[in-house]
Ligand binder design. Sequence first.
Ligand code: NAP
Length: 325
Amino acid sequence: MKAAVIEQQGGVENIAYRDWDDPEPGEHDVIVSVRACGLNHLDIFVRRGMPGFPVPMPFISGGDISGVVEKTGPAVSGWSEGDRVTLNPQTDEGMIGEELLGGLAEKVRVPAKNLVALPDHVSFETAAAVPINYGTAHRMLFTRGRLEAGETMLVLGASGGVGLACVQFGQMVGATVIAAAGSDDKCSRLSDMGADHVINYQSEDFSRAAWIASGKKGCDVVVNFTGGETWAPSFRAAKKRGRVLTCGATAGHDPQTDLRYLWVRELDVLGSNSYSQEDVVRSVEYVADGQLSPVVSHTFPLENLAEAETLMEDRGFFGKIVLQP
Ligand SMILES: NC(=O)c1ccc[n+]([C@@H]2O[C@H](COP(=O)([O-])OP(=O)(O)OC[C@H]3O[C@@H](n4cnc5c(N)ncnc54)[C@H](OP(=O)(O)O)[C@@H]3O)[C@@H](O)[C@H]2O)c1
């Protein structure tokens, strides 16, 4: 098969589109013929290298996969050749695209228990925008963050994969959503999609703008997976006994904290990691019944992965970038 292979960790020049041995299914596995694979910031971290997360090289990343069952292992039941699927990349053996070979290839091996049936009316491109972004947001907002109707939520990085999923889940449950992003163009797209307030944090002090947008009461929930210089000001945007949620640190994992806000406002800082099969299944159902509408701003042929990853690093996309083998 063909695959977009990371030959060694570093810049995009280390990605090669080349031949790779076809995967074979284990007893309980299927081989999925990949139709689309969504890009995540995780793919950038896997290619660049993350301290404490060694990745065997050469490697194929990509965990947001949709496609068609091509082969089934001898012990697999309930799935047949030709079934349309997406999947939960978090397997018992490790994460597909981070620890196991991923879907930025023509084929990928997947434990059958991780498959999720894909209805005919959901396109492969749309499906490749769902599992990681919406699964992560579902767990972070509801299991960890206990977001409820009528609450006010600030989302930083609202134009990206997890961010847009948080915005849409917030709208779905009847929260007031303040969406913060890095350009006027992204803010106007978020506004068009129904965000109640938008903030361009490149030109505005987002914590002050969010405080004002919340009627000077502060936000019940602040979603910050950006970290870096955005971390300390996030506490200023939260109301007394508000919740600050994090699942990542795109701009730096070692930010300054102003502890005074934590005790004076009695804030809860809640970490969230990963997602369950149930988070992915529920997300796919919400997409299938029209309650969520993932946005794919760019699609590329798989051989152009380096170009696609550069676009993600330059923050030139909205929602999701999808690769097609
Ligand atoms: N723990 C978990 O299970 C889990 C799961 C999924 C994702 N994550 C983490 O969540 C974060 C978001 O992931 P994602 O895939 O949604 O990323 P993404 O699609 O690239 O979106 C990130 C957004 O953050 C904003 N941003 C602000 N500062 C940035 C910077 N210095 N560099 C890049 N983007 C910056 C960008 O929007 P603007 O240009 O509008 O500012 C960008 O669109 C990542 O840190 C990822 O590792 C964690």
